[in-house]
Design a protein around this ligand. Structure first.
Ligand code: UD1
Length: 420
């Protein structure tokens, strides 16, 4: 197994290019199931979750090529509608095949994803919404078995909680359903917006894109005309590199970003004392003269993203004072706390609120990555710790960050990928 070895204490400088958004690409790959022709997707990040999704579609009978950052997927040849446990267990987002498979074939079987490190993460809202659209759903032997022999029908759906992949699943299902689907309390994340825009450009009328109410006028079963997609920049990868610049109090420039998607992250960094230079598709973070503590509460977009909570916790360790970080979306997303404390941090937890003491003296240690974003927080802490930090189980990182160590090396960090 690979691990990362980091020698802390270097300032960073230079430029880093941000890849396409994994969380935008995953539903877009699933959406190729709805397409009447092969689809080319550009700016696709070469990370393990993307390979898993491509393999899942291949297992269903699709073919694909993936060269550089461009994949062409032909899902017209799908002849199997069972998403098997062996692939789904590797990545919860496999559930994104449920909506499009059911809408196209009227029957499918998708393994239940199960819990994960950050919480239970049920899919009850996806299932309830599909039932509202006329699906019959049974859970049997670890699988969701869904049928809609006469096709899905438009319905009014009110999500009890805002769910990103839930909204995406229902948007895809509604694209081929008969009649109008009205989604109330929809997610508004940029990744959801891109999916809606692609489906709209493929000929499906969608009202309310970017708002919490969507109305989708389904095709009544006819496949749609998706041809070419360019994935939006990864706002979480960008936010992570901004934190790398911030924690080392360095000036670095990010290229190929969409700063409109980064507003809540940039505002928090400004509150902490950092300056920015923002140009078209580029952002430069400038050092702070004094790093102030922060109060963060995670929420749905456009609020502060839960996927940036761990990285900001690492950053709060160097603030001049005590910060508080509240996690409102996932019940167990604090696994990085004990690992950071092993590096000398003083973070206490009270239910879903972490109190982070600033002015921390961190020292290198062997630490364990527990989930994708928690892993990047440990790398960030390693960048400023005295001595050597080894971050183990980095297969979590490889799910979502393109060549993290190479990009950090280019910025001047001392970081290496080694084998256990
Ligand atoms: C997506 C992102 C993930 C991000 C999260 C929140 C992808 C592939 N993943 O995950 O990186 O951290 O949004 O921004 O895009 N819930 C239910 N029942 C459901 C569905 C969700 O109770 O049927 C709950 C979840 O447990 C959680 C909350 O709703 O507490 C939000 O989850 P959701 O938005 O669905 O997260 P994901 O789409 O899984």
């Amino acid at each position: 197994m690979d691990y990362l070895e980091i020698q802390g204490g270097n300032r960073l400088h230079g430029t880093v290019t941000i890849d396409g958004a994994k969380n935008a690409a995953l539903p877009l790959i699933a959406a190729t199931i709805l397409a009447q022709t092969p689809v080319t997707i550009d700016n696709l990040p070469r990370v393990n979750d993307i390979f898993t999704m491509l393999r899942l579609l291949e297992n269903l009978g699709s073919t694909y090529t993936f060269e550089g950052n461009s994949a062409t997927i032909d899902a017209t040849t799908i002849d199997n509608t069972t998403a098997i446990y062996d692939i789904v267990r590797k990545m919860r987002a496999s559930i994104l095949t449920l909506g499009p498979l059911l809408a196209r074939f009227g029957i499918c079987k998708v393994s239940l994803p199960g819990g994960c490190a950050i919480g239970q993460r049920p899919i009850d809202l996806h299932l309830k919404a599909l039932e509202m659209m006329g699906a019959e759903i049974e859970i049997k032997e670890g699988y969701v078995i869904a049928t809609a022999p006469d096709g899905l029908k438009g319905a009014t759906i009110v999500f009890d909680k805002i769910t990103v992949t839930g909204t995406e699943n229902i948007v895809m299902a509604a694209a081929l359903a008969e009649g109008k689907t009205h989604i109330i309390n929809a997610a508004k994340e940029p990744e959801v917006v891109q999916l809606c825009e692609i489906i709209r450009d493929a000929g499906i009328k969608i009202e309310g894109i970017g708002s919490d109410e969507l109305v989708i006028h389904g095709s009544g079963g006819e496949l749609i005309d998706i041809r070419h997609i360019t994935v939006i920049p990864d706002r979480i990868e960008a936010g992570t590199y901004l934190c790398a610049g911030a924690i080392t109090n360095s000036s670095i420039t990010l290229e190929k970003v969409n700063h409109a998607h980064l507003v809540s992250i940039i505002l928090k960094l400004q509150e902490m004392g950092y300056d920015f230079e923002i140009e078209k598709e580029r952002i430069t973070i400038k050092p702070a003269s004094r790093i102030k503590p922060v109060r963060i509460s995670t929420s749905e977009y456009p609020g502060f993203p839960t996927d940036m909570q761990a990285q900001f916790m690492a950053l709060a360790l160097i603030a001049e004072g005590t910060s508080t970080i509240e996690e409102r979306l996932f019940e167990n997303r604090f696994m990085h706390v004990s690992e950071l404390n092993r590096m000398g941090a003083k973070i206490t937890l009270n239910n879903h609120i972490a109190t982070v003491e600033g002015n921390a003296e961190l020292y290198g240690a062997d630490v364990m990555a527990t989930d994708l974003r928690a892993s990047s927080a440990l790398v960030l802490a390693g960048l400023i710790a005295k001595g050597t930090t080894r971050v183990h189980r980095i297969y979590h990182l490889d799910r979502g960050y393109v060549k993290l160590e190479k990009k950090l090396q280019k910025l001047g960090a001392k970081i290496e990928r080694l084998k256990e």
